[in-house]
Write a protein that binds this ligand. Sequence first.
Ligand SMILES: O=C(O)C(=O)C[C@]1(C(=O)O)C=C[C@@H](O)C=C1
Length: 123
Amino acid sequence: MSSSNRATAVSATVTGTTAAGHAPAGATTVAGPRPETGARTDEAAALIGDARRRIDDLDGRIIGLVQERMAVSAVIQKERIASGGRRVNLSREMEVLEHFREQLGRPGTALAMTLLELCRGRI
Ligand SMILES: O=C(O)C(=O)C[C@]1(C(=O)O)C=C[C@@H](O)C=C1
C-alpha cells in the first residue's frame, strides 16, 4: 500500500467512510469504527449488540444445561460403580455420539465427545 493510500485508509477508518470518502449506501455514518462489534454504522452496531446479548443468554442456558447433564450423568455413574459396574458404558456412549451426529453432523460428534468428557472425565 502506498503512503497516500494508507493515509486514505486510516482517515476512512477514523471517519467511518469508505476509502472513496463516503458512507455505504443507506447507512448512518458513525464517528469512527466500533472495534467492539466491527460495525461501521450505528444501525449495524445496534443490531449486533442486541444479537450478542441473545447469544450470551443462550450460552448461559447451554452452560446451565451442560451442568445439569453432568449432575444426572454423575448419578448414573455412581449407581453403576456402587453396584460393582464400571464408570464407562461404551455402547451407551455410541448412542449419544450417534444422536449428536444425526442432528448436527460431524461437528456434533466432536461436541458429544466433549460433553462425555465433561461428564465422565478422560478415558
Ligand atoms: O448413560 C450412562 O450409562 C452414563 O453413565 C451416562 C454417560 C453420559 O454422560 O451420557 C456417561 C458415561 C458413560 O460412559 C455413558 C454415558
